[in-house]
Design a protein around this ligand. Structure first.
Ligand code: CAO
Length: 424
């Protein structure tokens, strides 16, 4: 038994943000029915193609455990089928451009008329306001949500991060909104609308920078490296390089092999509680008692020098040796792991965080598995569906169309070119 067994999701999502959400729901056991434009499908099927003729990794890594139906939702017969899907399903998830669902004739009001128990869940770039009609992609959200202005180095431009906090991050929020609405429906018997905005999602993840904005209004942020360096603060939370956001001084430091390996680095935090151990470890026992070094506030204007000395030590060790030596002493450090190293980490495969999946068109590929583990609802990652692979199966098994009705729907062209055995 899976946690969301029996829950049917009408998955109208595309690209990354929405599919992240519905993939999680599928992993928790929901029946996710992905509706795709006939002959075209989710645009990511053909983006960044690495195996000609096969669905791209962009698509396959975001659409595991789903079923695909081709359906032209702007065609009359297509609308009839879509109406049946709205009747049958518990949740409709979408991340179209603002207004697209209304233009299709499936406004929230119309959906409630068809199925008052329906939960309608949406991702948009912005919430209500002056940008509500904008189409939005990942980096736009990172910029508008406060992440870019606070990422990077003081003397450089704003930076976006490699983690897809706008897309996948907002997909996580939407997923939580959906299961919460399902929980409430148990008591209320009613559906509801769940909306998330990518700007809001990024801001939520950038909370500590808004904390610092307010602190800045009361005085300089003395845990930022810039303070120790005597550089004046401006009006807004500045970019803080690799400073740790938690108030404990931290930096990324070179390790053995850094000259040729771009990832031979470690993160190193000098937490006040373990300062004495840090001093012993790097061969500076005198700093434990020396004035100017012994107490955390005294060290603030010497952080560059202190980290240079620590780096002299880390440069003599590999990033893994640093980890092995610091962990028993409770000194917080973390190796900078490359995607290559991560993709070879057996422990991540053992927990299902990374998986190998077989695909009929592309063969075996690596994917990221479910990051949330439930002890009573296991996740078996299955390959993503081919375009329209389950069209006939969904029309007959989920929607209960008879053979004659099936012929009529197929002949109308609303579900693409299908044969009774599945997608052509
Ligand atoms: N049958 C018929 N038409 C369909 C269809 C189907 N099965 N599925 C989609 N369409 C239509 C839509 O109705 C829309 O038509 P209209 O423009 O006439 O209303 C059209 O396809 C294009 O949809 P779109 O505007 O959502 O797609 P886009 O590629 O132009 O924009 C994106 C993509 C992501 C910028 C936009 O969808 C968006 O801003 N989404 C909200 C924010 C978001 O999720 N961004 C994340 C992007 S990366 O994860």
């Amino acid at each position: 038994m899976k946690a969301l067994e029996g829950v049917k999701i009408l998955d109208f999502t595309h690209v990354q943000s929405g599919p992240t959400c519905t993939q999680l729901l599928a992993w928790f056991g929901a029946d996710v029915i992905k509706v795709e434009r006939p002959g075209v499908g989710d645009a990511t099927r053909n983006q960044l193609v690495d195996v000609p003729g096969a669905d791209s990794l962009y698509f396959t890594m975001l659409n595991h455990n789903k079923r695909s139906i081709e359906l032209n939702s702007k065609d009359e017969t297509g609308k009839e089928v879509l109406t049946r899907l709205v009747e049958e399903c518990d949740v409709l998830v979408e991340n179209f451009a603002p207004g697209a669902l209304d233009r299709m004739g499936f406004s929230w009001e119309r959906i409630q008329e068809i199925n008052p128990k329906m939960i309608m869940a949406s991702i948009k770039g912005f919430g209500p306001g002056k940008y509500q009609d904008c189409k939005v992609y990942e980096n736009v959200a990172q910029c508008a949500g406060g992440s870019a202005s606070t990422t990077g180095f003081l003397d450089g431009p704003p930076l976006v991060t490699g983690a897809q906090i706008g897309d996948s991050g907002t997909g996580l929020n939407l997923c939580l909104g959906i299961v919460t609405a399902l929980f409430q429906r148990e008591k209320s018997g009613k559906g509801q609308k769940v909306t998330t905005a990518m700007q809001d999602g990024v801001l939520n993840l950038s909370r500590v920078k808004l904390r610092d904005q307010q602190r800045l209004e009361k005085g300089p942020l003395n845990e930022y490296s810039q303070f120790g360096e005597g550089i004046e603060f401006g009006e807004a939370t500045p970019r803080a390089g690799n400073d740790s956001g938690g108030g404990q001084p931290g930096r990324i430091l070179k390790c053995k092999g850094w000259e040729s390996d771009p990832n031979a680095y470690t993160y190193f935090i000098i937490q006040a509680a373990v300062w004495q151990k840090v001093c012993d470890l790097i061969g500076k026992p005198e700093w434990k008692t020396q004035e100017g070094y012994a107490k955390p506030p005294e060290r603030l204007d010497k952080l560059n020098h202190i980290f240079e000395m620590i780096e002299e030590w880390t440069k003599t060790k590999t990033k893994f040796e640093v980890m092995d030596l610091c962990n028993p002493l409770d000194i917080p450090v973390g190796p900078i792991l490359s995607m290559k190293e991560i993709s070879e980490d057996k422990a991540l495969f053992a927990t299902g965080t990374m998986v190998r999946v077989d695909h009929p068109e592309r063969g075996e590929y690596l994917s990221v598995g479910c990051p949330i583990k439930l002890s009573d609802s296991s996740v078996e990652v299955e390959r993503s569906p081919l375009l329209g692979e389950h069209t006939v199966e969904i029309l007959s098994d989920v929607l209960g169309y008879t053979d004659d009705e099936l012929d009529r729907i197929i002949d109308s062209g609303a579900v693409g070119k299908v044969s009774r055995d599945g997608a052509e």
